[in-house]
Design a protein around this ligand. Structure first.
Ligand SMILES: N[C@@H](CCC(=O)N[C@@H](CS)C(=O)NCC(=O)O)C(=O)O
Length: 231
């Protein structure tokens, strides 16, 4: 298998965790990315495979897929063991909904923190305006944390067993931490879940690689947390 991925792409890293959890070997092609230029110029094979021009793109034999959720569902169908989705239809649907919540709902306020890894000096006025919006987004993120914390109370994982939902929510929570978002400590169940997942080899490998990519590519972020034990 070949995975086209971005060094700091949340969605690519979500797929990498799933591949590691399923112990599937893959060749990773890291596409060019900079904090000032983004994904430009786009990788020609990504452009050919994905009309949105985005990573991740997975190639497995004669099948080429884009979109992290579509890729995770394919991996589950093609390589069912160990499973990343619960068995019962209603539980699987709940798990998918949580994946969507992480990727599409949690992402909205998270996007408002993303300028923090860009060099402030490039556009100082723009950076300051973005920071005003980031402060409002942090309150939103904290409300998401409270909701997730409530769902985790008394359970180890979001869908009963370890699942794709844990991977997707972990990535959204982890990105909020590396971008200096609100602390997890006030949300004990969520903080405990985050620490437990961080110790899984698939997660710790990816978290360490994101930290290394940040060191190379990103401006330092005040209050950022790069993994391991939650603040
Ligand atoms: N829903 C897609 C989102 C993919 C996505 O937003 N990829 C980003 C990197 S994390 C990207 O390639 N952005 C470049 C762009 O949108 O032009 C997924 O789950 O794969």
């Amino acid at each position: 298998m070949k995975l086209f991925a971005g060094p700091l792409s949340l969605f690519s890293r979500k797929v990498e965790i799933a591949l590691h959890e399923k112990e599937l070997g893959f060749e990773r092609v890291l596409v060019p990315f900079t904090q000032t230029g983004g994904y430009s110029p786009r990788h020609p094979e990504v452009l050919a495979a994905n009309p949105k021009g985005q990573v991740p793109v997975l190639v497995d034999k004669d099948l080429t897929l884009y979109d992290s959720t579509v890729i995770l569902e394919y991996l589950e169908d093609a390589y069912p063991e160990p499973p990343l989705y619960p068995r019962a239809a209603a539980d699987r649907a709940r798990c998918r909904l949580l994946d969507l919540f992480a990727d599409e709902v949690m992402l909205v306020p998270l996007r408002a923190l993303m300028h923090r890894t860009e060099p402030r000096s490039a556009h100082p006025e723009r950076w300051d305006a973005a920071e005003a919006k980031a402060n409002a987004a942090e309150e939103h993120i904290d409300r998401h944390f409270a909701e997730l914390d409530g769902r985790l109370e008394g359970r180890d994982h979001f869908c009963g067993v370890f699942s794709a939902a844990d991977i997707s929510v972990f990535m959204a929570v982890h990105y909020s931490q590396r971008l200096g978002g609100p602390p997890l400590a006030p949300h004990a169940s969520l903080a405990g879940w985050y620490a437990r997942l961080s110790r899984r080899p698939a997660f710790s490998k990816v978290v360490a690689e994101i930290a290394a990519a940040d060191l190379e590519l990103s401006a330092p972020v005040k209050g950022a947390h790069h993994g391991g034990h939650p603040p």
